[in-house]
Design a protein around this ligand. Structure first.
Ligand SMILES: NC(=O)c1ccc[n+]([C@@H]2O[C@H](COP(=O)([O-])OP(=O)(O)OC[C@H]3O[C@@H](n4cnc5c(N)ncnc54)[C@H](OP(=O)(O)O)[C@@H]3O)[C@@H](O)[C@H]2O)c1
Length: 298
């Protein structure tokens, strides 16, 4: 999401392509081979500069997996932003993404957000068409609940394989909701109940967006959680960024962090999360959680 220059329709520049290339190279060095996109990121320019990088590096496409999303229309001029999962829109947006990414096939397509007006049968028809035409290998969703996944899956012959949601040490309701289940503190938690369990049971990969909490614990500002992340990083001979990702990966639901930084040095700081299994102990995981929530568990 950080590639492609400004969030507007001004053309991307050669330096935007260089920036994308440096990020991709840092990711590959760090053992990261899956790249998350969306048609709307930087008004299509994230996909476009990535396509330029693919065109520059022969053989790169075969070494990586590309995931992208459709279903959101950004606000522009006097038009409000909205969600659109009509079949014709899905088909058109995916063809545009393929052209920008300069590839013949998208490995995984996610429906970016639920569109309350969308008919699940109509969505399913579009996804079957994309699959039958060989344009998309796998499908998933984003920001959706277990109930929404179940409803859509009932119309689909192809399994939904991903749900991408915001999960991090800062956005903790994915874990708080399950623990505070019969306490008043559970009221107001945003995470859809049962979604973690549903995905784990159905083999649906849970992807965490915002996993580094946009730098909240690694930007140098002291806080109990940031201090502890640094201390744990020293103990395990790794970086605080890795500790934050290990915290997500330590959960048995098999959470896959979608790292958003486009800075090579920060991408490299995530390397151990890609190449080493999480080393956080039971106690360390709880200590970090409690430090971030700022209050003991009930
Ligand atoms: N499905 C969805 O609805 C949805 C929503 C949002 C994002 N996403 C996806 O998830 C990815 C990750 O989300 P995210 O970007 O919000 O997550 P993140 O990895 O927690 O945050 C990275 C963002 O924070 C900035 N940042 C500032 N200081 C930082 C620091 N010290 N360490 C690390 N990052 C710092 C980064 O800028 P620099 O690049 O300058 O480091 C970057 O913009 C996105 O790229 C996108 O692919 C999906």
């Amino acid at each position: 999401m950080g590639l492609g220059g400004a969030w507007d329709r001004t053309p991307y520049t050669a330096s935007d392509i260089d920036h994308a290339e440096a990020a991709v190279e840092a990711a590959l060095d760090a053992g990261i081979t899956r790249f998350d996109h969306a048609d709307i990121y930087r008004f299509g320019k994230s996909e476009a500069v990535f396509g330029e990088v693919l065109a520059r590096a022969s053989g790169l496409r075969e070494r990586i997996e590309i995931q992208t999303k459709c279903g959101i229309r950004l606000a522009e001029d006097d038009r409000p932003g909205l969600y659109d999962l009509r079949a014709d829109t899905i088909l058109a947006r995916v063809r545009e993404s393929l052209a920008r990414l300069r590839t013949d096939v998208i490995d995984t397509l996610l429906l970016h957000r639920p569109d309350p007006l969308a008919d699940p049968d109509e969505i399913a028809k579009a996804l079957h068409t994309l699959h039958d035409e060989g344009l998309v290998r796998r499908f998933g969703v984003s920001n959706m609940s277990a109930a929404q996944i179940t409803r859509l899956q009932a119309c689909l012959d192809i399994p939904l394989t991903v749900d991408q949601l915001e999960m991090s040490l800062a956005r903790r309701d994915w874990v708080e909701a399950g623990v505070l289940v019969n306490t008043p503190a559970a009221a107001g938690l945003g995470f859809p109940e049962g979604t973690l369990e549903h995905c784990a049971a159905q083999g649906i990969e849970l992807q965490a967006w915002g996993p580094l909490a946009r730098g909240r614990y690694t930007n140098g500002e002291p806080s109990p959680a940031a201090d502890l992340a640094r201390k744990l990083a020293r103990r395990h001979d790794t970086t605080p960024e890795t500790v934050l990702l290990w915290w997500l990966q330590r959960h048995p639901a098999g959470i896959v962090p979608v790292v958003g930084t486009s800075r090579p040095e920060r991408i490299r700081a995530c390397r151990d999360a890609a190449v080493r299994t999480t080393e956080l102990s039971h106690e360390e995981w709880y200590e970090l959680w409690i430090a971030a929530r700022g209050a003991p568990l009930p």
